[in-house]
Design a protein around this ligand. Structure first.
Ligand code: RRO
Length: 318
């Protein structure tokens, strides 16, 4: 297996995908592909706990890039890919506690991962939880250098992007920069920064790191995620590029998954729903979506971006 095909469903990077045990658990599930926790050159313990809070189909996290380090994943990924019929996509990010520049960190990880034969690489440019550090995705200049110097030469790559909904100028610049390098996929979106959940019974914040702020994921971010999927989809269509959009954010049932596809998502990644309900969500969603498509005589490719091709708005007013 080497590619990501229409309708594929995988896990969102960062959700139960850090250890070999967790990755194997995903490999045994009905997920069509697996993304690893974003890795760095050195292992990281991450932020102090508690750093994750979940509630009804929602989450906020400040995990702080807790991961085993690229060298460990260079052992684990081939083991899993040789044992199971799946594709493991390493997600790569950068640390502030190593000597190398951001670009050199990406270059080193890409070369190590290419050397062990990974099929594709996901660049995480949108980690919301490194206090005091700008997101790489906020800087078109850094993104340009990163892709110019560190993109893999022999395998496809994808980019996990932040929501750009509050800054249309930055969005345009980032679109120009990223699409120039022809990523195989844009994964939209990462969690939304600076969210907070307060436990009213104790009158306390629930996350210890970074003053209690964390990245918001789950059902509530669905409309922002589908909006961002649709913006990327339109930019890609306009340029007639082969890049696909992977929808990530707020998938928690059939309808939310269909909304992503209709906005333009070619494949899906599931985060908070998987975190809360486990690997069964992949099979559950596939079954429900297959039945929905079969009932209407559609193929998945018929509905990808269909809302973009339907010129009228829905007349069902609620
Ligand atoms: O580890 C994290 O705190 C984290 C990362 Br790298 C990311 O990309 N998104 C997120 O919500 N948390």
């Amino acid at each position: 297996m080497s590619g990501i095909e229409a309708g594929y469903i995988g896990n969102a990077a960062g959700v139960l995908d850090t250890t070999k045990f967790e990755l194997e658990n995903l490999a045994r599930s009905q997920a069509n592909f697996i993304v690893t926790k974003s890795m760095t050159i050195e292992p990281r313990k991450g932020n102090p706990e508690p750093r994750l809070k979940t509630w009804g189909f929602s989450s906020t996290n400040s995990n702080g890039l807790a991961n085993l380090g690229v060298d460990a994943y260079c052992v684990i990924i081939p083991e899993i890919e040789s044992k199971y019929d799946t594709i493991v996509v390493p997600s790569i990010s950068t640390s502030d506690n190593v000597e190398l520049s951001v670009i050199d960190q990406y270059k080193l990880m890409v070369s190590k991962l290419e050397a062990i034969g990974v099929k594709r690489i996901q660049f995480n440019t949108s980690c919301p939880n490194l206090p005091g550090k700008p997101m790489i995705g906020n800087s078109p200049e850094t993104l340009d250098d990163m892709f110019k110097e560190a993109r893999p030469s022999n395998i496809p790559f994808s980019v996990k992007v932040q929501p750009y909904n509050t800054d249309p100028i930055l969005f345009k610049q980032v679109v120009e920069t990223m699409l120039k390098y022809k990523p195989a996929e844009i994964v939209a979106i990462n969690s939304i920064p600076l969210s907070m959940f307060i436990d009213t019974s104790t009158m306390r914040k629930t996350l210890r790191p970074n003053n209690g702020w964390g990245g918001y994921g789950g059902a509530g971010i669905l409309p922002i995620a589908t909006g961002e999927v649709n913006r990327w989809y339109r930019e890609i269509q306009r340029r007639e590029l082969p890049t696909k959009v992977i929808g990530c954010g707020g998938v928690y049932d059939l309808d939310s998954a269909l909304q992503h596809h209709m906005a333009g998502a070619y494949a899906l990644e599931i985060g908070t729903w998987f975190l809360q309900e486990g690997t069964g969500v992949f099979a559950q969603l596939k079954r429900a979506r297959d039945a929905w498509l079969a009932d209407r005589g559609y193929d998945i490719s018929d509905i990808i971006g269909i809302a973009e091709r339907n010129p009228e708005v829905s007349e069902i007013v609620t």
